[in-house]
Design a protein around this ligand. Sequence first.
Ligand SMILES: [Zn+2]
Length: 94
Amino acid sequence: MTRSRAFLRCPHCDTPSVTRTSVMHSKLLRESVQQCRNALCGHTFSAYTEIVRTHTRSACPRGDVDLPVSTYAERSALSEKAEKQSSAIRKARQ
Ligand SMILES: [Zn+2]
């Protein structure tokens, strides 16, 4: 079984947070209340999750969802950044 990655980490202590509740503002924007799992920190905060672009087009598109399609360069830059962050997290845990 693979270890799941935290959706969001506390900006103060970098501990994974848990989603306590969320509200959908639109099909593309959700606001959630996050709580840090570090009992010594206790930070509770709000976060927005926004769908901002398409990487692979939907096979069942909706007419009211209008998202820009990412370019190859954007996808490559995002993949490279994600790999660097994952690598940094793995090194910090060792
Ligand atoms: Zn914290």
